[in-house]
Design a protein around this ligand. Structure first.
Ligand code: KIV
Ligand code: ZN
Length: 503
């Protein structure tokens, strides 16, 4: 009998700790809805006591999402646990996740306690959480660097107080697969009390081993894995959900386990998270990178044409990457566009569809064929747009290798079209300066990423920016066959996020 592995997604909590990736409630709910379609078992929706915004977002997710367990994180203190319960209590399946350091360095240096009092603190916190919520998870933070006997004592104590899930985190990504697998085996052998609870793991990627460590733990009996879409998270990130799920699925006979994940939603989820959080996916990223299924060498292409299995262990369609028969061009009508959007899994509300259609025609006028990735990019930019204080109208650039680049931009605010121009040290810089002149506000560009969504000379360009405006970082995205226009649209998008927060 195959064991069931529960997939605990922490994109909205550990993933959201990435600098500049902070989301508002609407964005978090949108990702949570997609995670529900992906059929994750648990959504860790946030850390409710960290800010009023996070509390509101977790509450909204708890109200809107019906199937997965909705979990909130709390430190092992009453105030955090109360706020966490306030956030998750309306969920169909709520869970409180309490954590406390268990390694010497965490107990002595961070908590400034001795082990006995840290253990008491853990027990009291779990007892209190259990008085509010039937499902309580306890994480022994920094477990992989903890004294083994103390770790077992903590686990026994919190299970006695009612913890139903015990999570063993490799908080600093220090573990090596054999060692981490052995730790899970030893914990299971030494703590009989674990027979009645779910044993979970949570691995960070500081040594690039988060997925390998998680898989080693699954082999040794862990039955919940904590992970994030695209592997995003603190520092080098968390274990990537798509890699774990596809490894377990591709090598089922080896692991003898299964998950409930609807793998066909993987690609769409990856794109959505990348776009909303403004964190690009590296091209060679396993499963979801743009090159993950691209065969470029002649020998490989020959093999693929004869039998895909020669060089492909996963079919792109298994993770939701589709090839389509109908070619979309500027002559395609609304029906064809709607049909393709349906195939890609989008059911858009009327006004969003209208905006997508308008943008589709604008791009199709300048690009021969609109491929699925182009369309996904257009749709996601429209879906993740905040209410636009300023909308992009047009752009003119004068640039060359021996003239000073100049950009003239027109933006619309209400019924007014405002135009201004500026020079810069390059055309993108000139465009950004013109935008700032119109807005009467300056920003500090922290990150600028530009990539082609598809291949070929007429590929759609996708720009992502991260801009510090006053004391906060705002991200923006923009797409266009013209990369300066894509960049300008992304810059305006970032400022619109600022204006949406400062009404
Ligand atoms: O990495 C970690 O230890 C965590 C815990 C809160 C589970 O994120
Ligand atoms: Zn973590």
């Amino acid at each position: 009998m195959e064991r069931r592995i529960y997939i605990f997604d922490t994109t909205l909590r550990d993933g959201e700790q990435v600098p500049g990736a902070r989301l508002n409630t609407k964005q978090k709910v949108e990702i949570a809805k997609q995670l529900e379609k992906l059929n994750v078992d648990i959504i860790e929706a946030g850390f409710p006591c960290s800010s009023p915004g996070d509390l509101e977002a977790v509450k909204a997710i708890a109200r809107d999402i019906k199937n997965p367990v909705i979990c909130g994180l709390a430190r092992a203190v009453k105030e955090d646990i109360d706020i966490c319960w306030e956030a998750v209590k309306e969920a169909a399946h709520p869970r409180i996740h309490v954590f406390l350091g268990s390694s010497d360095i965490h107990v002595e240096k961070k908590l400034r306690k001795d082990k006995a009092s840290a253990l008491r603190m853990a027990s009291e916190a779990v007892r209190y959480a259990k008085s509010l919520c039937g499902e309580v998870e306890y994480s022994t933070e920094d477990a992989s660097r903890s004294d083994f006997n103390y770790l077992c004592d903590v686990i026994r104590a919190v299970v006695k107080e009612g913890a139903t899930i015990i999570n063993i985190p490799d908080t600093v990504g220090y573990a090596i697969p054999d060692e981490f697998g052995a730790l899970i085996r030893k914990i299971k052998e030494n703590v009989q009390e674990l027979d009645s609870v779910t044993l979970s793991v949570h691995c960070h990627n500081d040594l690039g081993l988060a997925v390998a460590n998680s898989l080693a733990a699954v082999k040794e009996g862990a039955n919940q894995v904590e992970c994030t879409i695209n592997g995003i998270g603190e520092r080098a990130g968390n274990a990537s959900l798509e890699e774990i799920v596809m490894a377990l699925r591709t090598r089922t006979p080896l692991f003898a386990v299964h998950t409930g994940i609807n793998a066909k939603e993987i690609y769409k989820t990856s794109r959505l998270v990348s776009r909303i959080m403004n964190i690009p996916v590296q091209p060679n990223k396993a499963i979801v990178g743009s090159n993950a299924f691209a065969h470029s060498s002649g020998i490989h292409q020959d093999g693929i044409l004869k039998d895909r299995r020669t060089y492909e262990i996963i079919r792109p369609e298994d993770v939701g990457i589709k090839q389509h028969a109908i070619v979309l061009t500027a002559r395609s009508g609304r029906a064809a566009l709607k049909h393709r959007l349906g195939e890609l899994g989008y059911e858009l509300e009327k006004d969003v569809f209208q905006r997508v259609y308008k943008r589709f025609l604008n791009v199709a006028d300048r690009k021969k064929e609109i491929l699925s990735d182009d369309l996904v990019s257009i749709v996601e930019v429209e879906l993740t747009k905040v209410a636009e204080t300023y909308s992009f109208v047009n752009l003119q650039i004068l640039s060359g290798n021996d003239i000073t680049p100049m950009a003239s931009i027109a933006l619309k605010k209400g019924d007014d079209i405002i135009t201004d121009a500026s020079i810069g040290n390059g055309p993108v810089n000139a465009a950004f300066n013109s935008i700032e002149r119109i807005l009467g506000k300056t920003g500090q560009l922290l990150d600028f990423d530009l990539k082609a969504v598809t291949h070929g000379k007429d590929a759609l360009g996708e720009a992502m920016v991260r801009v510090k405006i006053e004391d906060q970082v705002y991200s923006g995205t923009g797409t266009s066959p013209d990369i300066i226009e894509a960049s300008a649209r992304a810059y305006v998008n970032a400022f619109n996020r600022y204006f949406a927060n400062h009404k």
